[in-house]
Design a protein around this ligand. Structure first.
Ligand code: ATP
Ligand code: MG
Ligand code: MG
Length: 551
């Protein structure tokens, strides 16, 4: 437990600082593409980029990598801004957009053309694939590769002006069609797209590729450490080639780390979008989604997510992290910090026959058993109570810790009661228990007999009606993408959401505000849903008290 997880990026930076690289500056950036909501994988990148800047006294930029206008939107931009802030991070200066640099990027493309290092190519996509070669075979030069600088400049200007239709040609960097690294075989750096852009409007008819935009944007922002996931390792030679061949103001460096994979969920924006679009979930912030907004609505806290990201460390080896680790991070936080309350989710009527009709008694219970500073809450006891149906069996099974006919149990924070009579309906269903209470057992053990255990309860006369949503893992398979002959949609957990509509909570929760975290005693950790109101109180189960998935 006390072993500190590795963060090899921090080790590299410590080295860089010792060598006085970049005059001791550390500038990072978090570069989401606004084509979906952020997920738990992004949280790892956010904690790494912002956390690294904080640790080394540097700065971290938030940059929208917005080079694919058709897939992007303002809704996604707004959600990303909200999620990064909610996680507790603040970026340096204003929000950046790659689209802010379109003019400069264009000018650098012209620079490459003038240097004889870029050309306009008319091969179609299929031909281009064929000319590219394979891992074992070198590629071949395009017949358009040796065009004159003048011709390339004129054609690129036509691409830019919108005279040429989409797909008719592209601009490619002229590097080496025989390079062992396929990314260096004359990569496409500009495409024609007659699309409306959410930031730059209709001013551009050409858009830079990820590779052409990313490193140059880093350089423009003075980024020193451009941290990305391992899929981009093979792109690093291209990143470095572009930086070396353009008059950029500073030389950023790319470092790669292993992306986060989490079992029992998926972390692909495309697939998460499919879950939303096909209404398998209620939206991007459905509490079952691994999105930041979904986790938030589920009751996860920023500190739990940050602790989780610390726990998993940063390495270069790909692996799968157990969902139980994320769940244990939120359990640890809520165990220490969530106030306790009682909620009865499937009520069974209990009448305390020796408690006077019309009377009530108020108890002050601690909000948290181990933390006095959290204060107390008021709970009322009376003649008409409710307990959980599951906490009663007419005939007690062996080692039964709850209520049974003729037996005694303690009501949490109140008295010991004994079940004197079981009332059933015509169908034989238990509908009410007539019980007696022992007035001597408030804060004291019963004398001459034993209580089975402790159960939770509420007062039927003043508890508050509410809805409880029991959320569970979204998929039944550890790897929902494992079966190549099936879709990840086939293993959606049909019990990932169970809605209980006839629940009752302590009167003190009548006005509970959205996002309040609670422990419902014996049931789990819950939070007040964002759409909850005092007319319709709604609680979401964040996580059970213990790991019920452990084998
Ligand atoms: P997806 O594959 O879900 O679309 P992406 O990498 O295309 O993800 P971006 O918006 O480009 O999404 O990601 C922004 C940053 O977050 C990138 O630097 C990316 O490397 C990082 N990131 C994305 N997914 C993960 C993950 N699972 N683990 C760690 N970092 C991630
Ligand atoms: Mg990306
Ligand atoms: Mg993507």
């Amino acid at each position: 437990d006390s072993v500190k997880p590795t963060n090899f990026i921090h080790q590299i930076i410590e080295q860089d600082l010792q060598n006085n690289l970049n005059d001791g500056k550390v500038i990072t950036r978090f570069p989401p593409e606004p084509n979906g909501y952020l997920h738990i994988g992004h949280a790892k990148s956010i904690c790494l980029n912002f956390g690294t800047a904080l640790k080394f006294g540097g700065e971290c930029n938030l940059r929208f990598d917005d080079t694919n206008p058709e897939k992007e939107s303002q809704e996604y931009i707004d959600s990303i801004i909200e999620d990064v802030r909610w996680l507790g991070f603040e970026w340096a200066g204003k929000i950046r957009y790659t689209s802010d640099y379109f003019q400069q990027l264009h000018d650098w493309a012209v620079h490459l053309i003038n240097a004889g290092k870029a050309y306009v190519d008319h091969l179609n996509a299929e031909q281009m694939r064929e000319y590219r070669g394979t891992l074992t075979e070198p590629g071949r030069n395009s017949p358009y590769r040796d065009r004159s600088v003048e011709e390339n400049l004129a054609l690129f200007a036509q691409m830019k002006s919108g005279e040429l239709p989409e797909g008719s040609c592209v601009l490619r960097a002229k590097i080496d069609m025989a390079a062992a690294n396929i990314n260096l075989r004359d990569p496409v750096i500009y495409r024609i797209r007659h699309a409306h852009h959410h930031q730059s409007g209709d001013s551009w008819k050409i858009y830079p590729s990820y590779d052409f935009a990313h490193g140059q944007s880093d350089a423009l922002e003075g980024v020193t450490h451009s941290i990305c996931t391992l899929e981009f390792e093979d792109h690093r030679p291209l990143y470095d080639w572009l930086i070396a061949n353009l008059p950029v103001p500073v030389v950023p460096r790319q470092y790669e780390f292993a992306r986060l994979n989490l079992n029992y969920t998926i972390t692909s924006k495309r697939k998460l979008k499919q879950l939303v679009d096909e209404q398998h979930v209620s939206g991007w912030d459905d509490p079952r989604m691994p999105t930041i907004s979904g986790l938030r609505r589920r009751g996860y806290t920023p500190v739990a997510i940050r602790n989780f990201c610390d726990m998993i460390g940063v390495t270069r080896s790909n692996g799968v992290v157990d969902m139980a680790m994320l769940e244990s991070a939120i359990r640890d936080d809520l165990d220490a910090n969530a106030p306790r309350a009682m909620c009865v989710t499937q009520p069974l009527k209990v009448t305390i026959t020796n408690f006077p009709e019309g009377d009530e008694e108020w108890f002050e219970l601690p909000a948290h058993p181990k933390n006095d500073t959290m204060g107390s809450r008021k709970v009322s006891f009376g003649r008409n109570l409710l307990i959980e149906q599951e906490d009663f069996e007419e005939v007690a099974p062996r080692k039964w810790k709850r209520l049974a006919a003729g037996e005694a149990v303690r009501l949490r924070g109140a008295y010991v009661i004994r079940c004197e009579e079981v009332i059933k309906d015509a169908a034989g269903e238990v509908i009410e228990l007539k019980c007696s209470y022992d007035p001597a057992t408030r804060g004291a053990n019963p004398e001459g007999y034993k209580a089975n255990g402790v159960i939770h309860w509420v007062n039927a006369d003043n508890s508050v009606a509410c809805e409880v949503r029991l959320y569970d893992r979204l998929f039944t398979e550890a790897n929902p993408e494992a079966d190549k002959n099936a879709s990840f949609l086939d293993c959606i957990n049909p019990e990932s959401l169970v809605v209980l509509t006839d629940c009752r909570v302590e009167p003190g929760l009548a006005e509970a505000v959205a996002e309040t975290n609670l422990q419902f005693e014996r049931l789990g950790y819950f939070c007040v849903d964002k759409a909850s109101t005092s007319e319709r109180l709604m609680f979401n189960r964040t996580v059970t008290l213990r790991d019920s998935w452990a084998k």
